[in-house]
Design a protein around this ligand. Structure first.
Ligand SMILES: Nc1nc2c(ncn2[C@@H]2O[C@H](COP(=O)(O)OP(=O)(O)OP(=O)(O)O)[C@@H](O)[C@H]2O)c(=O)[nH]1
Ligand SMILES: [Mg+2]
Length: 213
């Protein structure tokens, strides 16, 4: 059977939700890929890069801008889900609790959740919140992998070094076998690593990414 070719540029905003009751009806034919990670790590920028649309997902220099869950649909085949970033200090704690409750509700509700991408800044070691998130992902048992963002801020050699180090510290923490944890690298604003990530995501959904520019 020929696998479906997925055009990531054929993407649209499906829903913006502040309440679980606003989530679009789950569609088993459209598996969902979540982008999670601390505020400002580059989730919205990565969605823009994957879809080749500069302003599809809102991006900002002010941490905590994306406080709603945004669903994007790619080529009628899969969905990208931008969940609020954690760990920003400016929001009042009641607000913070609300955002994380929304993310909890999303991830633990009955959805065709194919994979979670946990984004980490390539320049830093994972923080306390990141480790808590990984603990949680391990507990709920959905497949997940790491995306190291903003690698344009590092030399190629330093990026490889960080990729190895972060992989081995996570492997050690959770006793993954070598090779079980994938650590992707991207520089979304330059487009580095984007084709590879599209191919990975398309493959998970049983398709292949259309080769665009
Ligand atoms: N140099 C560089 N900057 C980036 C990259 N990706 C994102 N940024 C910058 O990082 C900042 C935050 O990016 P966002 O995509 O808004 O981050 P976010 O994870 O969606 O943040 P929240 O919505 O607050 O959770 C913006 O100023 C982006 O321009 C990258 O690959 N390289
Ligand atoms: Mg965002």
């Amino acid at each position: 059977m020929v696998s479906k070719e997925i055009n990531f540029r054929q993407a649209k905003l499906l829903a913006t939700c502040g309440l679980a009751s606003q989530f679009p009806a789950p569609d088993p034919a459209k598996p969902e890929i979540v982008l999670a990670g601390k505020s400002n790590v580059g989730k919205s920028t990565l969605i823009n890069a994957l879809t080749g649309k500069k302003k599809l997902a809102y991006t900002s220099q002010t941490p905590g801008k994306t406080r709603l869950i945004n669903f994007f649909e790619v080529d009628n085949f899969l969905r990208l889900v931008d969940v609020p970033g954690y760990g920003f200090a400016q929001a009042a704690s009641a607000e913070l609790a609300k955002y994380s409750r929304l993310t909890d509700q999303y991830i633990t509700s009955d959805r065709p959740l194919l994979h979670i991408l946990l984004l980490l800044d390539s320049r830093h070691e994972p923080g306390v919140n990141d480790w808590q998130m990984m603990d949680w992902l391990q507990t709920i048992g959905h497949p997940w992998s790491i995306v190291l963002t903003k690698t344009d801020k590092l030399s190629r050699q330093k990026t490889l070094c960080q990729q190895r180090n972060i992989k081995s510290s996570i492997d050690n923490q959770f006793s993954f076998d070598e090779g079980d944890l994938l650590v992707h690298t991207v520089a979304a604003e330059k487009g580095t690593g984007i084709k590879e990530l599209r191919q990975f995501l398309a493959g998970l959904a049983g398709g292949r990414a259309k080769k665009t520019d």
